[in-house]
Write a protein that binds this ligand. Structure first.
Ligand SMILES: CC(C)(COP(=O)(O)OP(=O)(O)OC[C@H]1O[C@@H](n2cnc3c(N)ncnc32)[C@H](O)[C@@H]1OP(=O)(O)O)[C@@H](O)C(=O)NCCC(=O)NCCS
Length: 217
């Protein structure tokens, strides 16, 4: 959507951009809908936090992206074509992070048992809250740039667009087994997500347990 240079942001861009925390000189990032030409940089970002080594404190993506570059680049390219809510945060043409989210129908097309595998919190009104929702699938910020507000910026854009479609329920998953993602858990709390359930799933032949978080937007 917005593609102008970030060194001299326009009035509109200034409204949408933000000052990245912890930097002495204010720098600006802008959020855009993904484009197919972003795939290589998205893959780079994914590799920076998705390797064979999972650090619970820094956070991680569950896949090892270095293991099969072609497969993962194709996966991102397909998602870029198919998903409405796949965004990148950019500064001076460099992708700093990305977020991809699935509307309910797309999610259930890819993973038909997703809802059935969740053990819901008895107090969570899942019947009502799963009528129409968006699941945030992957969020990743370059490993050297986490904790600077970029993830939050991506969420601000996602929420604006999802609400504009009349959808008010957002879900997110955080892995707690085989390795807990503490960075993600902290981020969920900061983002005002509430625990809604737990999912004992199977990912590429491995048992993976996720906490399922819900946020009313
Ligand atoms: C989780 C992630 C997407 C958050 O994006 P971000 O740009 O780092 O987050 P923001 O700067 O917008 O928000 C910072 C908040 O996230 C949480 N957080 C981010 N990194 C953290 C870390 N290493 N340890 C603990 N909390 C962390 C904290 O709540 C932090 O709030 P604080 O600064 O007040 O302590 C990002 O850290 C990341 O890509 N991590 C690696 C991949 C990953 O774990 N993805 C799963 C995403 S759910």
């Amino acid at each position: 959507m917005i593609e102008k240079g970030v060194m001299a942001p326009s009035k509109v861009e200034r409204k949408r951009s933000f000052s990245i925390k912890n930097n002495r000189q204010p720098e600006f990032a802008t959020v855009h809908r993904v484009k197919i030409e972003d795939v290589n940089q998205i893959y780079e970002v994914a590799c920076s936090v998705g390797t064979a080594i999972k650090d619970p404190y820094k956070g991680f993506l569950i896949d090892d992206y270095l293991s099969d570059p072609e497969y993962y680049k194709n996966m991102f390219a397909k998602a870029a074509e198919e998903l409405d809510h796949f965004y990148v945060a950019k500064r001076e043409g460099r992708i700093l992070g990305f977020l991809m989210a699935y509307p309910k129908d797309k999610l259930l097309e890819i993973d038909p048992t997703w809802l059935d595998e969740i053990v819901w919190d008895p107090d969570f009104d899942y019947g009502e809250k799963t009528k129409n929702f968006v699941l945030v699938g992957k969020t990743a910020i370059r490993s050297s740039l986490t904790g600077k507000g970029i993830g939050s910026l991506l969420y601000t854009r996602l929420i604006r667009d999802v609400k504009a479609k009349g959808i008010n329920d957002l879900f997110g998953e955080t892995v707690i087994n085989p390795v807990p993602n503490f960075a993600s858990l902290a981020f969920r709390i900061k983002q005002n997500y509430k625990l809604a359930g737990i999912r004992y799933g199977n990912y590429k032949g491995r048992k993976v347990t996720d906490l399922i978080y819900h946020r009313h937007i």
